[in-house]
Design a binder for this molecule. Structure first.
Ligand code: ADP
Ligand code: MG
Length: 597
């Protein structure tokens, strides 16, 4: 074993939140500038109309018309209009380029990081987590880049410029025009008070509902078997009720405020308010009728950008959440694949002083030493939670050992390239899930080029061929859509996959429970086909299946406490002997046909 294994810390991706945006930082500045220019020049035509009115209206009373001034105003208005359209157009184009660039670089990084994660990460979480990263989180950032930045800049710039102009020409009415704005903002703040908490509750309720839904739908087959449909259904019903209650309550709380905001910002109300205030200013001799015109024209346009800001707030919130989850994802410790990979020369397995922990605290495996000679069967037995599955997963490097080494043919698995490793080690684990793809593609996952005949041969050997033919679309039936498989059937599909992969080493984690003895017998037949002439590590729950194993390792609390053949262990009269006795008295009568203990 080379020295670097003892010392190397799991490498962490050195990524900060900012670096998501690094490739597009320059473009961001461009979007903001263009949006600001667009917003500023979109206000100019309104100001021009006001100025035009202020120039033209006095001529009704016989004043001389300043023709040059009129033409300058018109020219400025037209120029501003053109600039604002051009700026909006360019800002849109630049945003979408930046967005495409960002999505591309993020997706590339996600895929690269996924490839460097230990395989164990994928069964610890639902495949939904990875999909959520690629779909929802990247899309949330898309909304931020492609839409929200532009909207926010517009929503801020337009009112700011309008107000500055208003204060210059008629500050009293400018103050009046601020009132609807301030009232709206105050109402928003009341509405947003405690939203952080509310949104967290909302997220919890949503997560719980989808968790319960998934459990309810996926679990039907398993749960039914144990007569516990009621329980998962109850959880589903309760989550739904809780969700509906929460959303209803929240909607009630905010509906009143929302209505008030809509009223306060509606053009009719704003117009009435500004006219009233303007009349009053005229009546007390502070303003002239022409003087209040700018306040009324521009005051009307102040609140609508603010409403847009409300919509953008939701985008911002999603984007912030997406950023957090992406940051968390990129911080996951990765596995270091060798730069100078070695090829295992034989198919024996050796664990040397292996210890392991999932969280770096609680030791799950300690001082594991074991060797499996080529072509032999090694069975792992022991109480639930004793570490059997964990030990088995170290062989195909689902996780890395904390200390010691796991090697194949004298080559540490950490020195083997991933593609090479999966050509050597096949596995059928309890929690291996099928992909939402055709049965054919599921079977040939490890060998995508396998011919249809080879797929069928593997399925036949795995005792699942006939079941597949009963689907309307046969091998083209898509798992979870038109092919619904029981736990035992799904496991036989993964056995077919392992058969087709044809690896010299096989790691099998048997399912703990089967629907019926027929199914168990089929799986046993499939497994014995699979095991022939390979180095096999099998986690067996039905002890009669491992009577002929070359060695049995008895595990307890993360350690191997006994080892030997079946007859040696029974003769020794230790832990295994009493397990065996127990097993025989409990299971003797329920053994599947054709299997003798
Ligand atoms: P067995 O297969 O013998 O039932 P496992 O290897 O599954 O035992 O589990 C050994 C211990 O490790 C248990 O205490 C279990 O709770 C813990 N464990 C298993 N999988 C994980 C995981 N993905 N994350 C954290 N702890 C785990
Ligand atoms: Mg297990």
């Amino acid at each position: 074993m080379s020295a670097h294994h003892d010392t190397s810390e799991p490498p962490r991706a050195a990524s900060t939140t900012e670096s998501f945006f690094a490739p597009v930082r320059g473009t961001f500045a461009g979007i903001v500038t263009l949006s600001a220019i667009g917003a500023a020049s979109s206000v100019v035509p309104f100001i021009a109309i006001v100025e035009l009115a202020r120039t033209l209206l006095p001529t009704l009373n016989g004043s001389a018309l300043d023709v040059t001034r009129v033409w300058v105003i018109v020219a400025v208005a037209v120029a501003a209009l053109i600039i604002s359209f051009a700026a909006a157009l360019f800002s849109g184009i630049v945003s979408h380029f930046a967005d495409a660039e960002l999505q591309f670089s993020l997706r590339k990084r996600i895929v690269a990081h996924l490839q460097r994660l230990p395989l164990g990460w994928f069964d610890a979480r639902s495949s939904g987590a990875a999909r959520k990263l690629v779909e929802n989180d990247v899309v949330a950032l898309h909304q931020l880049v492609a839409h929200a930045i532009h909207d926010v800049v517009m929503a801020i710039t337009i009112p700011v410029i309008s107000i500055i102009y208003l204060f210059i020409v008629q500050w009293q009415l400018a103050l009046a025009a601020l009132v609807p704005l301030v009232v709206t903002m105050a109402l928003y703040m009341i509405m947003m008070r405690g939203t952080g908490e509310k949104y967290r509750e909302y997220d919890d309720a949503t997560a719980q509902l989808s968790g319960a839904t998934v459990e309810f739908v996926q679990g039907i087959a398993v749960v039914k078997r144990f007569g516990q449909l009621g329980r998962s259904h109850r959880r589903y019903r309760e989550s739904t009720k809780e969700y509906v209650r929460f959303v209803g309550e929240w909607t009630n709380e905010t509906a009143v405020l929302f209505t008030i905001i809509e009223i306060v910002t509606s053009p009719v109300v704003v117009l009435a308010w500004l006219l009233g205030a303007g009349m009053w200013l005229i009546s007390i001799g502070i303003a002239t009728p022409i003087g209040i015109l700018p306040g009324i024209l521009l005051g009307l346009g102040l609140t609508s950008p603010l409403m847009k800001l409300g919509a953008s707030a939701q985008f911002l919130r999603n984007a912030t959440k997406a950023q957090a989850s992406l940051t968390e994802f990129f911080a996951l410790p990765t596995i270091a694949w060798p730069t100078d990979p070695a090829t295992p020369q034989r198919s024996d397995i050796r664990a040397q002083d292996v210890s392991f922990s999932y969280d770096g605290e609680r030791q799950v495996l300690a001082d594991i030493n074991a060797a499996c000679a080529p072509g032999t069967v090694t069975a792992l037995v022991g109480a639930s939670g004793s570490g059997k599955s964990t030990l088995a997963k170290l062989v195909p490097r689902f996780y890395d050992v904390a200390a010691g080494s796991m090697s194949i043919g004298d080559t540490d698995v950490r020195d083997v390239a991933s593609s090479e490793l999966y050509e050597h080690v096949g596995f059928v684990f309890q929690d291996v899930q099928l992909l939402r793809a055709s049965i054919r593609d599921n079977i040939r996952l490890a060998r995508p080029n396998a011919s249809d005949d080879e797929v069928v041969a593997a399925a036949q050997a795995a005792q699942i061929h006939e079941r597949i033919l009963r689907f309307e679309r046969g091998y083209d039936a898509v798992v979870g859509t038109d092919a619904h498989l029981s736990g035992g059937e799904a496991q036989r599909v993964t056995i077919a996959r392992a058969l087709l992969a044809d690896t010299p080493i096989l790691v099998l984690d048997e399912a703990t429970a089967f629907a019926d003895p027929d199914s168990e017998a089929s799986i046993q037949r499939a497994l014995s086909t699979l095991a022939a002439e390979r180095t096999v590590v099998v986690i067996a729950h039905r002890l009669h299946t491992i009577v002929g194993a070359d060695q049995i390792l008895v595990m307890d609390d993360g350690r191997i406490i006994e080892r030997g053949t079946h007859s040696e262990l029974v003769a020794a009269g230790g832990h295994f002997a009493s397990m065996w006795q127990n097993y025989q008295s409990n299971h003797a009568r329920s053994l599947p046909e054709g299997v003798t203990p």
